[in-house]
Design a binder for this molecule. Structure first.
Ligand SMILES: [Zn+2]
Length: 223
């Protein structure tokens, strides 16, 4: 049985977290309000994200697809965490629903994947999921998360079937791999993101930086 009090407490904390987001907004336009990256609190500096080479290669395809179609692509990353390191080793993308450039739409398929992962994780510890999407290069603010992105992370954190799972967000934009962690009270940026190149070496990926995609930098990282 789900403990109703803890669910309500978590919902209340989520609303407080969203209220805090208001102070970090740089553009007021309803759900598409932009949350200023520089205003997000930092997760401890020893926290890291590592993408396996397969995941990294798939994310590069998503980045290319985003730029070609000029539309957001929603995806999910699954993995394990070990002390302070989140290792993502599988990715599911939904490329069927990329017509709306403003809003990545989480299809039933992706929702089912999260549900199944949550059920599987009940028996195992140390599981992590990232709610991911990409932003095409539109307007002035595409390098930042939106308020509706943040709502998505708080919403995922509140799912009862993900109680045992760590929840992150991932935004691919301008060649950056921006990761955040949501504890249900706030959203924190993770400043250290790495992948493993074909030679097995760990290399750092650009995150929370300027647009590096136009330089071809983000695409060629890790080689
Ligand atoms: Zn977004």
């Amino acid at each position: 049985m789900v403990d109703q009090t803890s669910v309500l407490n978590e919902a209340a904390a989520g609303l407080q977290g969203l209220a805090q987001m208001q102070s970090r907004i740089i553009l007021h336009a309803g759900e598409n309000s932009v949350v200023d990256n520089t205003q997000l609190p930092h997760l401890d500096s020893d926290r890291k994200v590592i993408l396996t080479n397969n995941v990294y290669e798939t994310l590069k395809i998503i980045i290319d697809g985003t730029n070609v179609r000029g539309a957001e692509v929603p995806f999910l990353l699954f993995g394990d965490y070990n002390n302070s390191v989140f290792v993502f080793d599988s990715v599911y993308a939904d490329v069927s629903d990329g017509d709306n450039p403003d809003e990545a739409n989480f299809s039933r398929d992706l929702q089912q994947k999260v549900f199944d992962f949550g059920l599987g994780a009940k028996k195992q510890e140390n599981k992590v999921v990232a709610h991911g999407h990409s932003h095409p290069q539109h307007g002035k603010y595409y390098l930042n998360f939106s308020l509706s992105d943040m709502r998505g992370y708080f919403g995922m954190r509140r799912k009862t079937w993900l109680q045992n799972v760590m929840v992150c967000g991932c935004l691919l934009t301008g060649g950056n791999f921006n990761f955040v962690f949501c504890d249900g009270k706030d959203v924190y940026r993770i400043d250290n993101v790495y992948t493993q190149n074909e030679n097995g070496q760990i290399v750092r990926l650009p995150s929370f930086g300027p647009d590096v995609a136009t330089l071809g930098y983000g695409r060629n990282m890790g080689r």
